[in-house]
Design a protein. Sequence first.
Length: 163
Amino acid sequence: MSFPSILLILGMLLVFQSTFIDSIAIYGIKPDLVMIFVIFNGFLLGPREGAFLGYASGIIQDFFVGSYIGLNALTLMLAGFIAGVCGERLYKENSLIVALVTFFSSAVSLTLYYVLMRYLNIKISLIPAIWQIILPTALYSSLLVPLFYLRVYRSLIIKNKEV
């Protein structure tokens, strides 16, 4: 995938996530589309590319959303790296495996996000955050994987075979 196409996809995901995603929220829980994008790419392209795309996506998201600069960059970098390590060891054609990797990577990344928020003196109780936000968000994001993963996988495989 070329850098301009990655930026275009990321821009569309950020716009969609900040505007229309509320319409598919369930009890206030929304999937993290940028995280799913980073995890897919990390899983398919490896830990280095996953970490890089996670960091770049996180920085762009931080500027776009206006939150603490670098917070999303660190957590998405971790998610991309974890997915990349898993992608080196697991069967890439099975969307169920990718859904499990998405759940695990999202849960770890979101937990780090909340831990870092505490270091910024934003008082959030971690245990309620895990049960009310982290695990439901990771589950919702992982449930979306079967809808999109095989298309992304096929497009990347076909693109890499052409090169």
